[in-house]
Design a protein around this ligand. Structure first.
Ligand code: ZN
Length: 504
């Protein structure tokens, strides 16, 4: 037994070093996205590539494989949900995946991605799809090549989906999305037959400093811990972490739109509260992370939408907001405000979309990823396909490519495949977890009206956050809700909320 414990210690020490390298990379990335002068870009790209290479080499070291083999039986003898058993299962899975991908492929892919991103950033403002086309074609080729390192898949997208949403496949996501789509389209149609809600009061001048102050106060009250976090400005808000004691969020301000800073802060704080809620005993291990992109997004969406766009939340916060901006919100009632922040309107840009139409944006991208990987849609034809599908789903067509196939960074800085499904899985799961919380604590909505969020926050910590990555998404949904993943609570949520708002 002592021998096994020694081997486990050896494995943990090696993994802790790899984790340190990855956290240092995150810090460099955070700096690059917040304070670094533009002149630092080339060297910074090289530095993060070096760190990624060392980290990868350390992880695929055969010594790690040997330790995992030696520890296999020991791990299986431990209780299934013990920290060590969970760690050994996860490391085994990640190791088996990592050794299938040759380091030369990864370095080719990183080099290509950097060039692709650079070209996209320059071509996008000019709607110049033809400049990015060869890069995207190469990305597609490399994405297929990646899939082929994992023979035995059913769909070539499966290994890519597995990277961010382990346990899901093209077929299972397709099934869920088809079910959701069948329910969503009639809701969108019904809402569109009503007049669009007025939100013009959100689009007057709101000074930056006041917006930042208010949005910071909101997330503090929700439970984001500033002793283990901070907020800085960036172009595209994100959450990042350097340890469980340092989980940061970033934000941006539009002085002519009040919703931007508040809702993106609450969204990123949702991601951060998930990470801050992980058990400190897991610090420095692979377990000290969120489960999957879908489960992570479920928490940002819970706080942003289910909480932050609810009537009860604004019953508490609206008088404070109005006191901060008395001239801008003069004469606007809490009801008008609530309708304004929940306006449903087909729009071109995914990240600006409302709760109801958002998933149609995701489904379009998911379908196109599968078709490109299957070879039934060529990169050349992507803009045209985008226009047609948009007209069909939203009744509008982008006039410029920057608002069409060039709008998202994902395909220009990563693989084609697996990049988008997590957003909608997150919406589905947010409602499923939240309804379990409400079943345990029906007082949650009333507490929100008083500005109390700790019953919900504590329940999420106890049932979800503290476990980090100990369980798979499938296991976690079963543990928390007592059943498999289901769209029913999400549809119920949308129908109740928007049925009420639009008298459907
Ligand atoms: Zn997010």
């Amino acid at each position: 037994m002592a021998e096994m414990e020694e081997k486990l210690e050896d494995l943990k020490t090696r993994l802790a070093e790899i984790n340190d390298l990855d956290m240092i990379s995150s810090l460099l990335h955070w700096d690059q996205s917040t304070y670094m002068p533009a002149g630092g870009a080339a060297a910074r790209g090289r530095q993060t590539a070096t760190l990624a290479k060392i980290s990868q080499e350390k992880f695929i070291d055969p010594a790690i494989g040997k330790l995992l083999d030696d520890l296999q039986q020991y791990g299986e003898s431990l209780p299934y949900d013990s920290d060590d058993a969970c760690l050994l299962r996860l490391v085994r899975r990640e190791y088996e995946n990592a050794i299938k991908v040759p380091p030369e492929f990864l370095s080719e892919f990183y080099t290509h991605s950097a060039a692709s991103y650079q070209t996209w950033a320059e071509a996008r403002p000019n709607n110049d799809f033809r400049s990015v086309q060869p890069y995207l074609e190469k990305t597609l080729e490399l994405s297929r090549k990646f899939g082929d390192f994992f023979p035995g898949y059913e769909h070539i997208a499966d290994p890519l989906i597995d990277l961010s949403d382990y346990g899901m496949q093209a077929a299972s996501v397709r099934g869920l999305f088809a079910e959701l789509r069948a329910q969503l389209v009639p809701i969108v149609k019904a809402i569109r037959s009503h007049p669009i809600a007025d939100d013009s009061f959100l689009h007057v001048h709101y000074p930056e400093a006041q917006q930042l102050k208010f949005a910071g106060e909101v997330v503090r009250q929700l439970g984001y811990d500033f002793n283990r976090g901070r907020i800085d400005k960036t172009h595209h808000p994100f959450m990042t972490k350097f340890s469980l004691g340092d989980v940061r969020i970033t934000t941006r301000v539009k002085e002519d739109y009040l919703g931007e800073t508040i809702f993106s802060n609450v969204h990123e704080a949702g991601h951060a509260m998930y990470e801050q809620g992980i058990d400190m005993a897991l610090e420095g291990t692979l377990l000290a992370n969120g489960i999957s992109s879908g489960v992570h997004e479920s928490q940002s969406r819970t706080w942003e939408n289910l909480v932050g766009r609810s009537r009860g939340f604004w019953e508490y916060f609206y008088p404070k907001l109005q006191a901060e901006f008395p001239a801008q919100l003069k004469g606007i009632t809490v009801d008008q405000f609530y309708r304004g922040i929940n306006k449903v309107e087909p729009s071109l840009i995914r990240t600006d979309a409302d709760e109801v139409t958002y998933n149609l944006h995701v489904m379009l991208r998911f379908d196109f990823e599968l078709q490109m990987l299957e070879g039934t849609l060529s990169v050349r034809d992507l803009p045209e396909a985008w226009h047609e599908r948009f007209e069909k789903d939203f009744g509008i067509t982008p006039k410029e490519e920057k608002n069409g196939a060039m709008q998202d960074v994902h395909w220009f800085s990563g693989f084609i495949g697996g990049a988008f499904q997590g957003y909608t899985l997150g919406n589905i799961l947010s409602a499923q977890f939240y309804s379990a919380a409400l079943a345990a604590h029906p007082e949650i909505p009333d507490e929100m009206k008083q500005g109390q969020f700790n019953t919900l926050h504590d329940w999420l910590i106890q049932n979800l956050y503290r476990h980090g990555r100990k369980f798979t998404a499938v296991e976690m949904v079963q543990r928390v809700t007592g059943g498999p993943m289901s769209i029913a609570p999400y549809i119920q949520y949308l129908k109740t909320k928007y049925g009420d708002l639009y008298h459907l």
